[in-house]
Design a protein around this ligand. Structure first.
Ligand code: NAG
Ligand code: NAG
Ligand code: NAG
Ligand code: NAG
Ligand code: NAG
Ligand code: NAG
Ligand code: NAG
Ligand code: NAG
Ligand code: NAG
Ligand code: NAG
Ligand code: NAG
Length: 353
């Protein structure tokens, strides 16, 4: 990017936040994803009707606390108590038997959220409206190999109708073994549920050792386009880090969409017992024919669990898949197809509507 373009990008992004107008984020598909602020939209909204920036709350919001739920509200323009997602998270009492719904108004929240707490729901206003993004680099993340835009380390976490975006420019190619850390969602430790979410990243963009169900989510790769005729891989949708057979962790994706740019794996085995299933998911041809990667460690082929079930799209063709990949039958898949895959019964049922 030329300095001019960079400044323009910053300017547009800043103006976008200030305006808090309706269609800030132009997400629908990959072509306009790079900077996700569409100048035309912005222009339209700035000349169109905006009204008060604080008038877009639903009537009766926030609802009164109940025995089981309380609400915190985040708005980037200061229209309610918090302007930063992390500030709201910090205000959640622990321990608390109540679920705290953090209601996050339209806007792009550039500072991510580095910590979560148990029993929290992030409720966005639609994944095209509310986005949490991060522009950290691995080096700045206190020496950790990975740094996520949102780190989900806490139990019983739920996210709905929200985007998680890594807005760093993707690095080009990763090759053998390790490579520059790039990631969006550090989904680690505990049971998590993501519904109607949009997650954008490049290398290993959902990673960690969580036990999570992703339903109706869009997983969009920002990796650099791969020239026709080359076979290089430059990303992976997941890097699940299950380290032993005793851990009941894993990622399940149901009714999702995978698209974007680059050529990526569905997952690679960050740890030997990595476990990931994709079901009823549409995938474009960005998925490499072999589908998955064992982190270049063939001993992991015996212990990883990578399953596919009822997927569609050019990327779902399993004829050239790596030998350890399992095509699940109905019985096997049913274990992953509903909230039972994360012990939904005891806590999740109450938050699903
Ligand atoms: C992206 O959007 C364009 C124009 O809106 C459309 O033609 C194209 O099919 C879309 N691609 C995907 C993968 O949805
Ligand atoms: C921005 O939005 C306008 C109108 O909605 C559309 O015509 C244009 O293609 C979009 N630009 C990009 C880069 O997607
Ligand atoms: C913005 O809107 C004005 C008038 O409404 C128009 O003249 C101008 O060309 C627009 N700019 C862009 C970048 O669309
Ligand atoms: C909520 O708490 C109040 C007071 O502790 C109690 O009377 C009421 O029955 C509780 N409601 C529910 C739905 O549990
Ligand atoms: C989370 O909620 C459950 C019940 O829904 C409760 O047992 C647990 O103590 C809560 N955790 C914290 C840290 O408040
Ligand atoms: C997400 O937003 C859409 C549109 O506002 C709504 O129809 C849908 O029910 C929402 N889903 C969740 C899980 O909040
Ligand atoms: C992200 O951070 C890098 C390095 O600090 C900077 O060059 C880049 O412009 C930032 N991108 C955005 C979209 O803020
Ligand atoms: C298979 O996936 C399609 C969506 O692609 C869905 O409509 C259908 O219900 C799924 N079938 C089963 C058995 O899950
Ligand atoms: C799947 O891929 C194989 C090998 O590239 C090809 O021969 C076959 O036609 C594909 N099947 C479908 C349904 O596209
Ligand atoms: C599904 O696969 C499992 C494991 O391979 C097998 O034990 C079971 O009989 C299969 N069930 C059906 C209905 O095919
Ligand atoms: C969901 O899981 C429960 C418990 O394993 C099972 O009885 C039920 O059939 C599953 N539902 C679906 C739709 O697969």
């Amino acid at each position: 990017m030329s300095p001019k373009t960079t400044i323009l990008t910053y300017f547009v992004a800043t103006v976008a936040i200030l305006l808090a107008s309706r269609n800030l984020i132009d997400i629908p598909n990959s072509s306009s994803l790079k900077y996700f602020v569409n100048l035309s939209d912005l222009n339209t909204s700035s000349s169109g009707k905006i009204g008060s920036i604080c008038d877009d709350f639903p009537p009766g919001f926030p609802p009164p606390d109940t025995n089981t739920t309380s609400y915190l509200c985040v708005d980037p323009n200061g229209c309610c108590k918090f302007t930063l997602v992390q500030a709201a998270v910090d205000a959640v009492p622990t321990p608390s038997s109540k679920r705290t719904i953090i209601w996050i108004n339209k806007g792009i929240y550039y500072h991510g959220s580095k910590q979560t707490k148990p029993n929290i729901t992030f409720q966005g206003q639609g994944y095209e409206m509310t986005a949490i993004s991060w522009n950290d680099t691995a080096n700045s993340a206190h020496g950790t190999f990975y740094s996520g835009s949102v780190q989900v380390f806490a139990d019983n976490f739920v996210a709905k109708n929200i985007s998680f975006m890594n807005i760093r420019r993707p690095s080009c190619i990763f090759g053998l073994g390790f490579f520059g850390a790039q990631d969006t969602l550090h989904d680690d430790r505990g049971r998590h549920y993501f519904k109607d979410c949009y997650i954008q990243g490049s290398v290993d963009f959902i990673f960690g050792n969580g036990r999570s169900l992703y339903a109706n989510c869009q997983l969009i790769s920002m990796s650099s386009p791969v020239p026709l005729g080359t076979k290089s891989i430059n990303g992976a949708v997941t890097a699940h880090g299950r380290a032993s057979m005793d851990e009941n962790t894993g990622y399940a994706f149901v009714n999702c969409f995978i698209g974007g740019t680059g050529r990526v794996w569905l997952g690679r085995a960050w740890r030997p017992f990595s476990r990931v299933v994709f079901a009823s998911t549409t995938m474009t041809d960005i998925i490499a024919p072999e589908g998955w990667n064992d982190f270049n460690d063939p001993t992991r082929d015996q212990t990883i669990f990578y399953g596919e079930y009822n997927n569609s799209g050019a990327g779902a063709n399993m004829s050239l898949r790596a030998p350890y990949v399992q095509k699940l039958n109905d019985t096997q898949a049913s274990l992953f197809l509903n909230v039972s895959s994360i012990d939904g019964g005891d806590w999740l049922q109450s938050v699903i509507n």
